[in-house]
Design a protein around this ligand. Structure first.
Ligand code: SF4
Length: 504
């Protein structure tokens, strides 16, 4: 089929949720670019609109439905437009999407995203709706089966575009898909399927390709990334083995991995963090609750004691390591005493930062079917606020103690947050004492966000910054070295910020 008015087809894609979705969107865009699509940043200018959705919380699904509303008028004006819902919500509840948003043409689960180009073609040719889902074979469209050349788990990752893109400097590599843990609150096993680990050689080759196109840092992604295990007849390769293989990739400066599951964590991974210069001293280790009773109801396969023991072992092996975690407050039956145990965990562990969410039941999970969502919303909200306030105090104490230190920062780009703050100050008529638009943002090896005044020449480089100030989540400072003495620059990346974690 010819492109409209003899110009390339245009695609608008919006991404919600975790890093896995960010990577999926990048890979889908790469596939479309290879077919001569051009990415646009407004729905009005798009021939194809894709919303990549998240199902982890009800709020995220409501937001996706509301974002789909932006395509309603443009679709009415241009009936040839293709509107698609992809990702976890598409897999979890395609019927609700089709019923609530009748102008959606395409629904595609996260395990089938390599089919998107063919599905768009099919919709254009037939004006029929196209559906591709992994987990419920009965609902799956048979229309596109013939286009599959690879196992779809691998096809999307193998299609990666070797050309530099906006996010080249820091890149994600999927090393694992799905999860077998079936925590009672979690929808992920229902949307991303059982755990599968990618072959290590493919991961290493992908890392080399990313370095060739400008990456200095790669983040390895998996729902329970530490349980990575690939066995293909030969010697099994586990997560620590994989870190050793990747540490040998020439030109790579930093390796991170998210998200780890506390039940499967082997000390070999800590030893790799200690011994391998490219592996960063940062661990995202979701605990979800500090109460053994709650952990049991969540079917997390560890206890408060074993979690704390793991952290103590980790810190004894990697003393500089920073930790982040996820909490769910107000889970089914959570008493004030159980919540107090969770709150106390903050002071015991002293995380760098936390992600804390109010429990919301997800359809078809064990908790939704078998446990009462009996903590009032006001209590959930109040517990969430107490957690965030306590953590802010801890984070601030940590960042203030760092003032005066010199840290190595990988500079990602101009700080959008700083520019926004400056605009807000100006709109309030406040005097702006210094130009925030010169502010750059980057991260330390331990995942702390650092903002400093610099120039375009700093972007994409490892820069030493002397710290002069701090808020709970951001450090401020001055670059120590002149631009001329910096290592060569690679590529530009997007703004910093704490991205929503994938589950673990
Ligand atoms: S919370 Fe994490 S470990 Fe538990 S089922 Fe979900 S993805 Fe798996």
């Amino acid at each position: 089929m010819n492109p409209p008015q003899n110009r390339p087809w245009t695609v608008y894609i919006e991404t919600m949720g975790c890093q896995m979705n960010v990577l999926d969107s990048e890979l889908v865009l790469g596939q479309l670019r290879a077919r001569n699509y051009r990415q646009v940043d407004s729905v009005d200018a798009a021939d194809v609109v894709l919303i990549n959705t998240c199902s982890v919380r009800d709020h995220a699904e409501q937001k996706a439905l509301s974002r789909l509303g932006v395509a309603k008028k443009p679709k009415k004006r241009n009936p040839d437009m293709v509107v698609g819902v992809i990702g976890c919500m598409a897999e979890r509840d395609p019927d609700a999407i089709m019923e609530n948003v009748p102008y959606v043409d395409l629904v595609c689960g996260p395990g089938e995203l390599n089919k998107i180009p063919a599905m768009i073609e099919e919709v254009r040719a037939t004006r029929e709706k196209a559906v591709a889902l992994t987990l419920d074979k009965k609902r799956k469209s048979t229309l596109l089966e013939r286009s599959l050349e690879y196992d779809s788990v691998e096809a999307l990752d193998l299609s990666r575009d070797p050309a530099p893109s906006a996010n080249t400097l820091q890149s994600y590599i999927r090393i694992q898909r799905g999860c077998d843990k079936f925590c009672t609150f979690c929808v992920v096993p229902n949307t991303r399927g059982k755990e599968r680990s990618r072959p290590p050689q493919q991961i290493v080759d992908e890392a080399k390709m990313l370095v060739d196109r400008g990456a200095l840092e790669v983040t390895l992604l998996g729902q329970t990334v530490n349980s990575y295990l690939h066995q293909d007849g030969g010697k099994p390769v586990n997560m620590a083995d994989l870190l050793y293989l990747l540490n040998d990739v020439e030109g790579l400066e930093r390796i991170r991995f998210v998200t780890s599951y506390p039940g499967d964590f082997r000390d070999e991974i800590f030893e790799a963090m200690r011994d391998l210069p490219r592996v960063c001293e940062y661990l995202h280790l979701p605990v979800q609750s500090g109460s053994n009773n709650v952990l049991k109801r969540m079917k997390r396969q560890y206890t408060r004691e074993s979690y704390l023991d793991l952290i103590a072992r980790g810190r004894s092996i990697v003393p500089d390591m920073t930790l982040a975690t996820d909490f769910i407050v107000g889970f089914c039956g959570e008493t004030e005493a159980e919540f107090a145990e969770t709150l106390a965990l903050l002071d015991e562990v002293r995380y760098k930062n936390i992600f804390c969410f109010k429990y919301s039941p997800r359809p078809d999970t064990v908790a939704d079917k078998a446990l009462a969502d009996d903590v009032p919303d006001a209590v959930k909200r109040e517990r969430n606020q107490r957690m965030l306030a306590a953590q802010e105090r801890i984070s601030l104490a940590q960042t203030q103690a760092m003032i005066g230190q010199t840290v190595e920062v990988l500079v990602e780009g101009y700080s959008k947050a700083a520019i926004k703050a400056q605009e807000a100050e100006q709109s309030r008529g406040e005097e702006v004492s210094w130009r925030r638009s010169d502010q750059l943002v980057g991260r330390t090896r331990t995942d702390r966000i650092v903002v400093f005044c610099g120039t375009d020449a700093h972007i994409g480089r490892l820069v030493r910054v002397k710290l002069t100030g701090a808020t709970a989540l951001t450090l401020f400072g001055d670059p120590v070295d002149g631009v001329a003495s910096l290592p060569p620059r690679r590529a530009r990346s997007a703004d910093g910020g704490l991205s929503i974690p994938i589950h673990g």
